[in-house]
Design a protein around this ligand. Structure first.
Ligand code: MEV
Length: 309
């Protein structure tokens, strides 16, 4: 009997706390309405992955799955990957892939659906890609919604689902794929931390303060959402993860009364990936994006985590 299954997992944005989260500070993430889809079918013809560029990472995922769960039936598979999430641009494409492939194998093998395990395996797959990720990206892609996330230790990670206001006008601007990958950006912050521990720890603590203020905003306190975005961006700039070109883009938004920050690992050499942008009057942003010819699109936040299609 030919089994065919399809699952999807969302990409993400980070409202506050990227990089600091790698060192145990909290972060707030949201799942977005851009997803990766994985179709899995039994073939009898070995492993066929489409597009073929995905083969290596699927093979790695199979190895991790076998090692973690001791299953050996992942051999004759046709796997089709399609995605709405730009690769390597801070929108959590690799984590969404890791979660989706992990969930696809669970379903394919008729294992009871277990989000905790799906997430744990996805984290192992992520580590193969990025060295020392926090696990936040795979956790938001697994559970969806808005999460307050914290990596306490390698084995203990805590998260809380946040009930929040509706964000009607959050835009993402693709500033372009960074030359550096997430692992390299994590390393550049680690190097900065070992050169100037006091300075960088102070940035982390200030980022944590911004994250807490976002939480207070979520629970209805009169805090200026836009100013929190700007404060977060400045701290990321001081951490050295935003390129000069992206800073100019962000300044243009600020000059028009808007607010913007990078979201995710960033990039310093040329591009910094996705930029989250907000304006009380969305038309101002729409006009600016048109003039500047930015690749800008609206996103829905708080979307569902991994699911069967
Ligand atoms: C990447 O989306 C976010 C970082 O904080 C890395 C991580 O959390 O693993 C830069």
């Amino acid at each position: 009997m030919i089994k065919k299954i399809k699952v999807s997992a969302p990409g993400k944005i980070i409202l506050s706390g990227e990089h600091a989260v790698v060192y145990g500070y909290p972060e707030i993430l949201s799942a977005i309405d851009r997803r990766i889809f994985i179709e899995t079918e039994e073939t009898g013809l070995g492993l066929d992955v489409q597009p073929v560029e995905g083969k290596l990472i699927v093979e790695q995922a199979i190895e991790i799955f076998k090692a973690k769960l001791g299953v050996s039936r992942l051999k004759n598979l046709k796997i089709k990957i399609s995605s709405q999430i730009p690769i390597g641009s801070g929108m959590g494409s690799s984590a969404a892939f890791a979660v989706a492939i992990s969930a696809a194998f669970f379903e394919f093998l008729k294992l009871p659906k277990n989000l905790k395990k799906i997430n744990e395996i996805a984290y192992e797959i992520e580590k193969k890609q990025h060295g020392t990720p926090s696990g936040g990206d795979n956790t938001i892609s697994t559970y969806g919604g808005f999460l307050l996330y914290r990596k306490e230790t390698e084995n203990i990670k805590t998260f809380l689902s946040l009930k929040t206001k509706v964000f009607s006008s959050i835009f993402l601007i693709n500033s372009g794929k960074p030359k550096e990958n997430t692992g390299e950006m994590i390393k550049s912050v680690r190097d900065f931390l070992s050169r100037s521990p006091q300075k960088v720890e102070k940035f982390f603590r200030e980022i944590e303060q911004v994250t807490r203020n976002f939480l207070r905003f979520f629970s209805g306190e009169e805090l200026d959402f836009g100013s929190l975005i700007t404060r977060n961006e400045r701290l990321l700039e001081q951490l050295g993860v935003v390129s000069p070109k992206t800073k100019i883009l962000i300044q243009k938004i600020e000059k028009e009364g808007g607010f913007a920050k990078i979201s995710g690992a960033g990039g310093t050499k040329e591009n910094s990936g996705i930029v989250l942008a907000y304006h009380r009057d969305p038309n101002v942003l729409l006009k600016l994006a048109k003039v500047e010819q930015w690749d800008m699109f609206k996103v829905k936040l708080g979307e569902r985590g991994v699911k069967s299609e």
